[in-house]
Ligand binder design. Structure first.
Ligand code: SF4
Length: 89
């Protein structure tokens, strides 16, 4: 990741606060990129080019073909991640 991309920060629509771009690249299960990464970052820089250059083809396809998750499924995902973090600590 280039130094400039490491420093990018935006407001996360899921969390409601600022997040760094590198968080978005690894915040889902198994350190996968967030399914909204393209929606969230396309206006800031060429995130499609970045993802194509850095991800495996199947992971790139997952992100570019992903349907937006419903609010309910997003909440279920966030709750599951929180439970996992609590049991690991
Ligand atoms: S890509 Fe995901 S984690 Fe990053 S700001 Fe968007 S919704 Fe939040």
């Amino acid at each position: 990741m280039k130094e400039t991309e490491k420093q990018l920060v935006r407001r996360c629509p899921r969390l409601g606060g600022p997040v760094a771009f590198f968080y978005c690249t690894a915040c889902e299960a198994n350190n996968r990129a967030c399914g909204k990464i393209i929606d969230c970052w396309w206006e800031t820089f060429d995130v499609l080019r970045y993802l194509k250059d850095t991800l495996a083809p199947e992971e790139f396809d997952r992100l570019t073909c992903a349907k937006p998750a419903s609010k309910v499924s997003q909440l279920v995902d966030i709750i599951a991640q929180s439970k996992k973090r609590l049991t690991e600590s």
